[in-house]
Unconditional design. Structure first.
Length: 219
């Protein structure tokens, strides 16, 4: 079996990145970093402090002083945090302050792991442009909004379908149109549209791609 050392997995919200990253991490024995949680932690702390996510100076300070406990905030995945995280994610100083930490994780995996998978928006383009494998997982806005709607329902919430779609569209727009590290497939990335694929089919297709393109690595 090939053993990639660094896998970069990018794509928009609810395209299936999280589930695929966890499965690939298990399959190839890699440490997984969900980089969205870093931006979420910054966005959440700003809201908790009663500050404006557009306040660039404050957002940069929060990003520079992020603590592990910030990643455990129970509101990390709320819709308010989602929107706030994508506002702070457009601030260059916030991205700069989170960059070194992500690269360090990629370079020096936690003990017991020989490699890493990072999922996010700019892993293949900015954080790990030399990754062994670059993946871009996407799906239509309608398919992704429907998935998020069902996730919210399964979690016991009472979401409004149209609002879920509108909020996702506004985050897509902000993430794709920002000047710094916009959401984009990296050159040479394997682009997979999961609109009509279940998780197993998407996983199999990615593994087939990796097996066909990655050179075996000596342990
Ligand atoms: O869970 P979901 O896919 O909806 O979002 P996420 O991956 O947790 O990311 C939350 C927000 O963080 C995104 O909307 C982006 O604005 C930002 N983000 C980013 O800019 N760069 C990354 N590498 C990861 C996330």
């Amino acid at each position: 079996m090939v053993r990639p050392r660094v896998i970069a997995l990018d794509g928009p919200s609810a395209a299936g990145k999280g589930t695929l990253a966890r499965r690939l991490a298990e399959h190839y024995d890699l440490a997984h970093l969900d980089t969205g949680s870093l931006y979420r932690a910054v966005g959440r702390r700003i809201l908790r402090d009663g500050r404006d996510p557009k306040d660039t100076k404050y957002a940069a300070e929060v990003a520079a002083s992020l603590q592990p406990v910030d990643l455990t905030d129970p509101e990390l995945r709320s819709e308010a945090t989602s929107q706030s995280s994508s506002i702070v994610a457009a601030i260059p100083a916030v991205r700069a302050n989170l960059l070194a930490w992500q690269r360090e994780f990629a370079k020096n995996p936690p003990p017991g792991k020989q490699g890493v998978i990072l999922d996010g928006r700019d892993i293949g383009t900015v954080i790990c442009p030399d990754a062994d494998v670059k993946l871009f997982v996407t799906a239509s806005l309608e398919a992704r909004a429907e998935r998020r709607f069902r996730e919210l329902q399964a979690a016991g919430a009472n979401p409004i379908r149209r609002a879920v779609l509108d909020e996702m569209a506004s985050r897509d727009k902000r993430d794709s149109e920002r000047a710094t590290a916009p959401l984009l497939p990296a050159p040479g990335a394997f682009v997979l549209d999961t609109s009509a694929l279940d998780v197993d089919a998407a996983f199999d297709s990615i593994v087939a791609f990796i097996e066909s393109t990655t050179r075996p690595r000596r342990a």
